[in-house]
Design a protein. Sequence first.
Length: 651
Amino acid sequence: MTQSHLLSRFKVNFHVLKVKLLNVFLIICINTTLIMGQKFPASSIPDSLKENADMVVRLEEKSYVINSVGKAISYERHVYTILNEKGEYYATYKTSYNNKSVFINSVNGYLYDASGKEQRHFKEKDMQDHPAYEVSFVDDERFKVASLFFHSYPYTVEFDEEDEITELIHIGDWFPQANFRFSVENSTYSITAPKQYDLRYKMLNSSIKPLIEEQGEKIKFTWGIHNLLAYDETPISNILNSTPHLMIGLGNVEMGSYSGNMSTWNNYAQFYGSLQKGRDILPEDTKQKVHTLTDGITDPRNKVAVLYNYLQQNSHYVGIQLGIGGWQTYDAVYVATKKYGDCKALSNFMISLLKEAGIKGYAVVIKGGEEPFDFVTDFTHDPFNHVIGCVPLGKDTIWLECTDQFLPPGYLGDFTSNRYGLLIDDNGGKLVHTPAYVLSDNIQVRKISAVLDMDGNLNLDSKTYYKAFCQDEIESIIHHNSRDEQLKILKSRYSLPTYDVLSFNYKEDYSKRLPVINESIQISVKDYAQISGKRIFINPNILSRSRTKLMDDKDRRLDVELKEEFRHIDSIEISIPSGYEMESRSTDLILKSKYGSYKNKMVLTGDKIIYYREFEQYSGRFPANEYVEVVKFYNDIYDDDHSKIVLVKKN
């Protein structure tokens, strides 16, 4: 082969090689571009994180940079992969701000399909802006909201936000897994502060330690966690008492022209109290009214009751979130003149009335509503959202929920009972515990007289005595619904066949320590019993059947938490057509356990069925491995409550 032929062949092979290398290079570039254009593909989620999950937290970052006392920058980033329609909740981003103390620097949202390819995005200017409290009269609090829904699962949303905080009195806790049915791939939380800043922290339900880094004149604390498996919906439990929870406590704080320290409960109380000083002065006409109402009364308890009634009759609740962080009350003159106020203002006004009458009252800062997690007494933090009043009298204390126009003095209901609050006094303050209403307090006693006709229709007259917690729902219905609305509620309350409420009446009794409501109701039920030839099939338990049917859960990981104690008693007498005798029935049942007790008894006497039922629930926390026993206890009650007896016509 000639040299020219070899050279020509070499040129051809080199050209082919160059083309192949170019193709490989192009493929690498294309794949790299595709990879770079993809973020958080759903295919990379481990199967273990999908189990029992509607959403997976791919990445969650939350950080605070404290620049000085009272000032900080916060940053957060959330990346969620939505697995199904039940996870859609997490595709909406909602953030709050305050026109005086929290300013949004930026917000961004991104939507990615299953492969991680971006579909669309939004910025802060694209979000809807709303007042934070629709029921409030005036407030500085607002929120912005936007959603990124997609037509195909799974898909991923990413949100990031940066805020400027000019009144730093609270730093949000870290709950990397605060709800059921989502897993966590990665979550981090960090705080950077000047070295001399008094920052405190306490980790609950976990042994996670922070990574501590010195950064010049500042120090950074970082906590991280990954691969938390999802919890399925777990009845009678509180996930926040079992999953990791990082609490943050601040030292020196500033709010407006006020400064203080929150490193101890007493310091916290001193700071809060300093914001309220000089705001308890009543106008002269209100002072005169106080003396007119109370000067002839010698018993301080009666004085408190009279002034509390005056508060309820002459003011109403309106949320007011203006001013210094919503922490400083409007003064007593404001409430006396305007006839409204928020929890701080109404409690302050009530304490001012008491002061004029010569009685010392105190504000108590507290967490209202259902307690989200166990209160930690040995770590000063800021979980509070509400203010009530209290009047210590010797060994007794009268608690006052000043935002409620109907509760009797001394009774709190489940909104603020059985929990810790911070009492504010002249020297600062201390933690106090509000009353717990126990088994002997929360009582429901029902007596029913009923008549069954030959067609299986039932007419009944029910009289029920409700006390303490057992009357809370009825009290709310009475005072917040019209007569027609009350009737509508009654027509949907009971698990009965087609029925009609013929009449109803409520009578409240606030003469004792705990409130009582007596209910009288007449009901007509069509086809309550089934008539089949010479037999009658009937359930003797008419109105109090258990609705708690629990599913087995051998892999349960959360403790069982029974929060309320109560006793329900039913006595029922049903007149039946003459000439019937008992053919079959379940035996009388007696259950006793650490979770409660249950018993029933039924007899047929002549033409009357006599039925008695008593159910007690105890409060407490029990380990997850006892759930099998809990299931058996409640399901045995459910089955017994829903069982029928069979009556047969005598020959």
